[in-house]
Design a protein around this ligand. Structure first.
Ligand code: AMP
Length: 462
């Protein structure tokens, strides 16, 4: 942190360093940002379809909010951006969303069931690489107040539906049950005894940290740990009757909905709070190291652990950067930014551009124009770049005659009969409009309605 002089003002370096985004972060600019818009709007639609409402929580919280959810996890121990603020409060940029949403649930005590979705950034100090960033973005849902296995199915199905809505086909759902307070401690002891027997074969980090949380070893990707955990006892073989019945109902629900899944006994996920159902979505088209495109699970003890009433909960978080990588790997380019629909080219003083863009926008269309009295050539170039399918051209002749030339910028190839001159409304157009290939001149007062008609017709066809 920059040292502060006694008056409390930050001390800036004498030379401004090269202005770049910080390591492990990135900028998203148009048109690429259009893909992000559709990632979030698609998620909002899927979440709303099942009655989830948007929740917004602060990007930073008192550090205790996160410490309480994962004292033994890397995310909290090694990767957190925490610091003292000017008031001496120890705060942290959120490394994940669930803890913040649980804090909000406890603070506001909404009626249960409480089903919410979110979208936003998280921060983890990790080694940056493809699909692993220091600031990354997630969408997710959390549902509080029901332990019903059918809710687990609803949650997993919504994630599944989201990937499908984006066009992703090569996603695997990996499932496990971690038991609960009844059967987990017994399993933990069994696992610990097994790992202690093989302690010398584990990776260095886990040899030293076995007692913290032996389940974490199951998550270790190092080959030496993997070799040991391959023969380890499995939680799914040691579930109590209730957890076993819950897990069976979850599996039956997924099968009833036609959602394929694979049981993975080593799936414990990185955070401490999970109970019973845990799951991950993997992108089969992605490189093995960073192929988790999302994950989640049940956390029936977390609300009480954080100071609230006993309240079961379940949720997931899906990583947008990884989802985009999966889209790229599956050849889904996305639409990019939705360009404008109409562009006003005005080289008769700019008044028509000013007024027509306002009218077009008021009519619900996306409309653009050039500024600074640029040449017709430059304006047409800008119109092409804008993605508009229609240019509205006002030169001195049109301006004098109170008319506007409407020009198709993207005429559909050889489909006769489409996008031709509109049928004249009797009595409206006095003179037959002068029409050249792909362009027609209309009275000024008819032009907005005609652009609306054409854009609508284009949308219906395409
Ligand atoms: P987690 O909160 O660790 O369960 O992560 C949920 C999802 O967020 C993962 O499946 C990834 O898709 C994504 N994710 C986690 N950490 C990162 C990161 N450092 N950079 C990019 N995406 C991440």
């Amino acid at each position: 942190m920059t040292q502060r002089p006694p008056d409390g003002a930050p001390r800036y370096p004498a030379v401004v360093p090269e202005l770049r985004h910080p390591a492990g972060t990135f900028d998203v600019l148009p048109p690429e940002s259009g893909r992000w818009v559709s990632l979030v709007t698609t998620f909002a639609r899927v979440a709303a379809s099942a009655g989830y409402g948007l929740v917004i929580t602060p990007t930073f919280e008192d550090v205790a909010v996160f410490q309480r959810v994962g004292e033994s996890t890397d995310v909290v121990r090694k990767e957190m951006y925490d610091f003292d603020d000017r008031g001496g409060r120890h705060v942290a940029l959120r490394p994940e969303m669930t803890a913040s949403v649980v804090r909000a649930y406890i603070q506001h005590r909404p009626a249960a069931p409480w089903k919410v979705w979110y979208a936003g950034s998280n921060f983890r100090y990790e080694r940056p690489q493809a699909g692993r960033h220091r600031e990354f973005h997630q969408v997710g849902i959390e549902a509080f107040g029901s332990a019903d296995a059918d809710l687990d199915v609803e949650v997993m199905a919504l994630g599944w539906e989201y990937y499908a809505a984006l066009g992703l086909r090569r996603i695997d759902l990996v499932l496990n049950s971690l038991g609960d307070a009844t059967c987990r401690p017994g399993y933990r002891d069994l696992l610990l005894a097994y790992l202690l027997e093989h302690c010398a074969e584990l990776c260095e980090e886990h040899q030293g940290r076995l007692g913290d949380n032996p389940l974490r070893v199951l998550d270790c990707k190092k080959p030496e740990c993997r070799a040991v955990t391959a023969g380890a006892p499995r939680q799914t073989d040691h579930l109590c009757d209730d957890c076993s019945a819950h897990f069976a109902r979850v599996r039956a629900g997924l099968e009833a909905l036609g959602i394929a899944y694979r049981i993975e006994p080593a799936l414990v996920r990185g955070l401490d709070y999970y109970t019973r159902t845990t799951f991950e979505y993997t992108g089969l088209a992605l490189d093995g190291a960073q192929n988790a495109v999302g994950g989640g699970g049940r956390y029936d003890g977390l609300v009480a652990e954080m100071g609230g009433n006993e309240t079961p909960g379940i949720g997931f978080a899906l990583g947008l950067e990884r989802i985009l990588l999966a889209c790229d790997a599956e050849g889904l380019a996305g639409d990019g930014a939705a360009g404008v629909e109409a562009f006003v080219v005005d080289f008769a003083g700019g008044e028509a551009a000013r007024d027509l863009t306002a009218e077009l926008r008021a009519a619900g269309l996306r409309a653009e124009r050039s500024f600074d009295g640029r040449s017709p050539k430059a304006q047409f170039k800008a119109a092409d770049r804008s993605g508009a399918s229609i240019a509205l051209v006002v030169g001195p002749d049109e301006a004098a005659a109170g008319r506007v030339t409407l020009k198709d910028l993207r005429r559909p190839p050889a489909e006769p009969g489409r996008l031709q001159r509109p049928p004249a409304e009797p009595g409206r157009l006095q003179r037959p409009p002068a029409e050249r290939a792909g362009q027609v001149t209309l009275a000024r007062e008819d032009v907005v309605a005609e652009v609306c008609r054409r854009v609508r017709a284009r949308a219906e066809v395409g």
